[in-house]
Design a protein around this ligand. Structure first.
Ligand SMILES: Cc1cc2nc3c(=O)[nH]c(=O)nc-3n(C[C@H](O)[C@H](O)[C@H](O)COP(=O)(O)OP(=O)(O)OC[C@H]3O[C@@H](n4cnc5c(N)ncnc54)[C@H](O)[C@@H]3O)c2cc1C
Length: 431
């Protein structure tokens, strides 16, 4: 399994074409003995590495491919607040203490991203223009109103927009309502990821790329990680492999569904068009079965993501329906070139919450951000760092659970197709 992801080039995304270069890294060469070894160089692994190195802990990162090769270098760049469950549901399910901490974690996660960007001078086109949850149907509007009520009651800067307000914010008349969540924003995700890596290196962490961890076993002096070019002994190990998890730890790969999401982007829009398409610097995601999300980036490119074929693809025919939808929302986009397309895997969990696992002493795992990982993976990486640096269970603001492989995991592509069809059917008849 590991060999299938090793030494793959970066996908030819918009971000690969525009992000500042990655810091120089290369494969592990020889054996090492360290305090903490992290597997995976995405937001989770690199945020953990940065916070551990800043705390003076001897830390290395092993990455099978390149920095940001996984979802962190391919995503929609939307810095979204909150978990998938609303505050009242979290507090009821987990109690006032843990539930309250989970609410705060989601509330504060975007701030952590923008603070790290500012503190480390990361050149990633940050913009905190807010996130829009957009409703096409009455059912979606009801959910959004409830979301806004709950967060506003907790002092968050979230306001409702009616159809007119949505048209003004977005430039399209498609939405009946939305919630403008001013905690959110956007970044160039690969640039952010590379910036985190540079900051972690500067703080003293070491990062080894093209270095898949192929085996993890307990040894006499700690945990032993095998790679094709050396062996690492570590007191503690953080697994930060998310939607690209393999069989390094039993059951982990099968505990998430690695659903694909596709993104396509235009050339920079001429200023007169950019003034009519998402002109206010907000990012948007639809509360609909199409799972569509979009934004205008710092150069004025329209970047839209949504449902994907269930395999790696940059074939133009696989992106036709996304472009058709974009031009339905914004007919002016018919006149522009769509220059980039790529896709990647989002880790979805059975309960739509991120999962923390500690399956053996010294093993720490965080994954399953359900499409909210720009902020949540960064925050989870910091939590895992605090725990791996010796903090007690109270440093974790998410429950630690047993790894539960999903029953019938092998059939996930079929299940995902079925779910999408069911969602669309529900939407058509409930609208
Ligand atoms: C198309 C797309 C759009 C998205 N849009 C958004 C969005 O707009 N906003 C948002 O908040 N979230 C979004 N997400 C989700 C977000 O990108 C992820 O939640 C987040 O990047 C997860 O970060 P991570 O570090 O946990 O995992 P990843 O970035 O996936 O990193 C895991 C890394 O582990 C490495 N790895 C795996 N196994 C091994 C091994 N055995 N040895 C060594 N290395 C290994 C992989 O090579 C990979 O680089 C999107 C995801 C996708 C795919």
């Amino acid at each position: 399994m590991v060999e299938t992801i090793a030494r793959r080039p970066m996908p030819r995304s918009l971000y690969a074409a525009t992000a500042p270069r990655a810091p120089e890294t290369g494969p592990l060469d020889g054996d090492l003995n360290v305090q903490v070894a992290i597997v995976g160089a995405g937001f989770t692994g690199l945020s953990a590495a940065l916070h551990l190195a800043e705390a003076g802990v001897d830390t290395i990162v092993l990455e099978a491919s390149q920095i940001g090769w996984g979802a962190s270098g391919r995503n929609g760049g939307q810095v979204n607040p909150g978990l998938k469950w609303e505050p009242e549901t979290l507090e009821q399910a987990f109690g006032a203490d843990l539930g309250g901490r989970m609410v705060r974690l989601g509330d504060e996660a975007p701030g952590l991203v923008f603070d790290l960007v500012a503190r480390h001078g990361i050149d990633c086109a940050p913009r905190r223009g807010g996130t829009l949850r957009a409703a096409l149907s009455a059912t979606a509007e009801k959910g959004i109103r409830d979301f806004q009520r709950q967060w506003a009651a907790r002092g968050a800067d979230v306001v409702m927009a009616d159809a007119k307000g949505m048209a003004k914010l977005t430039g399209t008349g498609a939405y009946r309502a939305g919630a403008h969540d001013r905690r959110g924003g956007q970044v160039n995700p690969l640039a952010y990821c590379r910036g985190l890596a540079a900051a972690a290196l500067k703080a003293g962490a070491r990062i080894f790329t093209d270095t898949p961890a192929t085996r993890l076993v307990r040894g006499t002096g700690g945990w032993n990680l095998s790679t094709p070019s050396g062996r690492v002994t570590a007191q503690r190990v953080i697994l930060a492999t998310n939607g690209y998890s393999d069989d390094l730890w039993p059951g982990l790969r099968r505990s998430i569904v690695p659903v694909f999401s596709s993104i396509t982007a235009t050339e920079p829009l001429p200023p007169e068009l950019a003034a009519t398409v998402m002109p206010n610097g907000v990012v948007l995601y639809e509360m609909s079965a199409s799972y569509v999300y979009y934004r205008l980036d710092d150069a004025g490119r329209f970047v839209m993501g949504g449902r994907s074929v269930l395999r790696q693809s940059s074939d133009p025919t696989d992106y036709r329906s996304l472009i058709a939808y974009a031009t339905q929302l914004f007919p002016v986009l018919k006149a522009v070139d769509w220059t980039h397309r790529w896709n990647g895997q989002v880790a979805v969990t059975w309960d739509h919450l991120p999962h923390l696992h500690e399956p053996a002493p010294g093993i720490h795992i965080g994954l399953g951000y359900n499409g909210r990982g720009v902020a949540m993976a960064t925050a989870t990486g910091r939590m895992l760092a605090r725990r791996a640096a010796g903090g007690g269970p109270e440093v974790l603001d998410l429950p630690v659970t047993k790894i539960s492989p999903i029953t019938g995991h092998i059939a996930w592509p079929l299940a995902v197709k079925g779910r999408l069809m069911l969602d669309r059917w529900r939407e058509t008849f409930a609208a």
